[in-house]
Structures are given as C-alpha cells and as structure tokens.
Design a protein around this ligand. Structure first.
Ligand SMILES: [Zn+2]
Length: 183
C-alpha cells in the first residue's frame, strides 16, 4: 500500500517502523497507521495518487503557511532527536527517536507540497536544561499541543483542498502524540 500523505510504501518489511511512536501498533495482518508519517490507514491506498499540488496554483499565504509548517516539524524533529539522547529511560529514548522520524517525515511532506528545495537549517536550542525525563515529556507535550493548534488555526487559511486534507491528517497524528507524551 502507498501512503497518500507521505508517498511511502507500506510493506511486510516496513509495517513496524517507528512503532514506539504509536499507541496502537501495526501488525503484519492489520495496518492501523502509516509507519512513516503516522496517518490513519484511511490514507493508505493503492488506487489513488499521492496528494500533491501544483505550486503555481497556491497563493502566497498558503506557501508561507507550508513554509512555517515545515519549520515547525523540523524544529520538533530536532527536539526529539536531542531528547532521545538526553532521556534516561530506554523506552523513552526509543519513543523520542521514532517521534523524531515521524516529525521529519511531516516536514518532508510540507517540503514537497510547497515545492521547497530543501529542509530549513534552524538554530538548535540547548535542551540540556530539560535534565529529567519528566521535563522532556512536558516539553514534548507542549510542542504537540502547539502543533495541533497550528494545524487547526491554519486549516481554514490555506487555499488548497489538498493542503487542507494533509493538515487534517497530520493534526490527527499530533493529537496521538499529545496522548503519548502525556505521562
Ligand atoms: Zn505516510
């Protein structure tokens, strides 16, 4: 099956990728979420084309919003990468690493939709003040809340129905992450 959101192929080899980022995990028999970007199985399809837009048809505001969405996901992906190194618990390290992969995949989706040539290089904050697993989880939870709000707020502002659909799908993934980091 192909994921209409991220374009990746879900196979018997990839079904359990990033499994620690999910509350309900895929099995080979039952795929619940895309293992690459986390979206629901309703977006897994062999018959339809991967969601895409013609950049020339997007208005300025939509391109700006996609740029911000890409930055937000890179920022969160980098946070999770750091958090996976800083976390003390082994299970948390794994979860943060998988969440990092998922958020970077979201950034790549926005990169494709917005027709951007590369992922942004952002200033990396120093996260070492989050020196307990509890503080890392709190920070993660705050970011997920922020991401959901971002997608909700911008869903009505984008001019493309496709971009709207992608924002809806990704916001549902981030909602799961809120639950996952709410410990
Ligand atoms: Zn996907």
């Amino acid at each position: 099956m192909i994921c209409l959101i991220c374009g990746m192929k879900v196979t018997s080899r990839s079904f359990d990728f990033n499994k620690y980022s999910f509350i309900e995990k895929n099995t080979e028999q039952e795929i619940i979420n895309c293992p690459f970007c986390g979206v629901s199985k309703v977006y897994l399809d062999n018959q339809k084309n991967v969601y895409n837009v013609e950049k020339s048809l997007l208005d300025k505001q939509t391109i700006k919003i996609l740029d911000n969405a890409m930055k937000l996901e890179v920022y969160n992906g980098e946070f999770y990468e750091e958090a996976s190194k800083l976390a003390k618990s082994e299970s948390l390290k794994k979860m943060f690493k998988d969440l990092s992969n998922i958020e970077f995949m979201h950034a790549k989706v926005h990169k494709r939709l917005g027709g951007f040539s590369e992922l942004p290089k952002l200033h990396k904050p120093d996260y070492t003040r989050h020196n307990t697993d509890k503080l890392l989880l709190e920070e993660a939870n705050k970011r997920e809340e922020h991401a959901v709000l971002f997608y909700m707020r911008n869903m009505s502002k984008v001019s493309s129905e496709i971009v709207k659909k992608v924002f809806k799908a990704l916001s549902e993934v981030e909602k799961q992450h809120i639950d996952l980091t709410n410990k």
